[in-house]
Design a binder for this molecule. Structure first.
Ligand code: PBG
Ligand code: ZN
Length: 325
């Protein structure tokens, strides 16, 4: 019997050969670690649906940010849970608000760590929607006015990157304009460009207390079935001045990441969301999967699809695993 001339197995024979021919490299430099900041002091409250992830008071968030920096992780993204919520989410643009104070304290303690502020209103509104309600629906342009205020206030606090996440039309342009007008031309924008109306956000909404009190987010977040529309969304954000474009969630949208990577040259971020984290944790805890192995495989898949940056609750454990190798 004639054997094939090319034998793919030749290069798989030893670990050294596999290392030499590996196409994708997951690195600690790839990660952004999310932090949930709550009022109070010495608070480190576990989130039941996200084992290993906590709500932190600012002092504890500073310690966790230091831990991330010491592990080699280049950035954190902050989500704030305010003391009091109201109809428009006004603490989001309060210069003494929870995220503004966290930005100041983290930048003071770990100046070299990139601090990113998620800019949305669902954690700040008493109804849990991502903006101002007019006749029961989120009003796009009213919400943009508040986004401009919030972005500016994060910039004043010393943030490196603002990440508008509410999926309002024009949200990148308004953020850029607001920052530039006041001279914050060096503050970058990471746009949640293709953010889908996803069931995978469930655990996050427990962590951030941001579930909508009625209805859902399908009138502003994207339909999971659409990819051409995602490309339009990304193009708009690029034209409006985004510095980093994001696809969210990651795992069920790897094709979207690949398309975006193919058609754009800006850095692409993938958001490995709360529900993806919870699934791996749950299966790992039951002993149904080899958790460490599946974790690295999953994150490598996002990288292989084309992500330059991975926002992940796994960032700290992934950093530890990568350091061990
Ligand atoms: C807020 C926001 C959400 C996430 C990030 N920013 C939730 C949502 O849209 O309900 C989800 C993150 C996650 O699930 O890990 N707009
Ligand atoms: Zn929101």
């Amino acid at each position: 019997m004639q054997y094939p001339e090319y034998r793919a197995r030749r290069l798989r024979r030893t670990e050294a050969l596999r290392r030499l021919t590996r196409e994708t490299h997951l690195r600690v430099d790839d990660f952004i670690y999310p932090l949930f900041v709550v009022p109070g002091k010495d608070v480190r409250k576990p989130i039941p649906s996200m084992p290993g992830i906590h709500n932190f008071s600012i002092d504890q968030a500073v310690l966790e940010a230091k831990r991330a920096y010491d592990a080699g992780i280049p950035g954190v993204i902050l989500f704030g849970i305010p003391d009091k919520k109201d109809a428009v989410g006004s603490e989001a643009w309060d210069d003494r608000g929870i995220v503004q104070r966290a930005i100041r304290d983290i930048k003071r303690a770990v100046p070299e760590l990139t601090v990113i502020a998620d800019a949305c209103f669902c954690e700040y509104t008493d109804h849990g929607h991502c903006g101002v309600l007019v006749e029961g629906a989120v009003d796009n342009d009213d919400t943009l006015e508040n986004l401009a205020r919030a972005a500016l206030s994060y910039a004043k606090a010393g943030v490196d990157v603002v990440a508008p996440s509410g999926m309002m039309d024009g949200f990148v342009g308004v953020t850029r304009e607001s920052l530039d007008e006041e001279g914050y031309t060096d503050v970058a924008i990471m746009a949640y460009s293709a953010k889908y109306a996803s069931g995978y956000y469930g655990p996050f909404r427990d962590a951030a207390q941001s579930s909508p009190s009625f209805g859902d987010r399908r009138a502003y977040q994207m339909d999971p079935a659409n990819v051409r529309e995602a490309m339009r969304e990304v193009s708009l954000d690029v034209d409006e001045g985004a510095d980093i474009i994001m696809v969210k969630p990651a795992l069920a949208y790897l094709d979207v990441i690949a398309h975006v990577r193919d058609e754009h040259d800006l850095p692409v971020a993938a958001y490995n969301v709360s529900g993806e984290y919870a699934m791996l944790k749950a299966a790992g805890e039951r002993g149904w999967i080899d958790y460490d192995r599946v974790l690295i495989e999953t994150l490598t898949g996002m990288k292989r699809a084309g992500a330059d940056i991975i926002i992940s609750y796994h960032a700290l454990e992934a950093a530890a695993l990568l350091a061990k190798k």
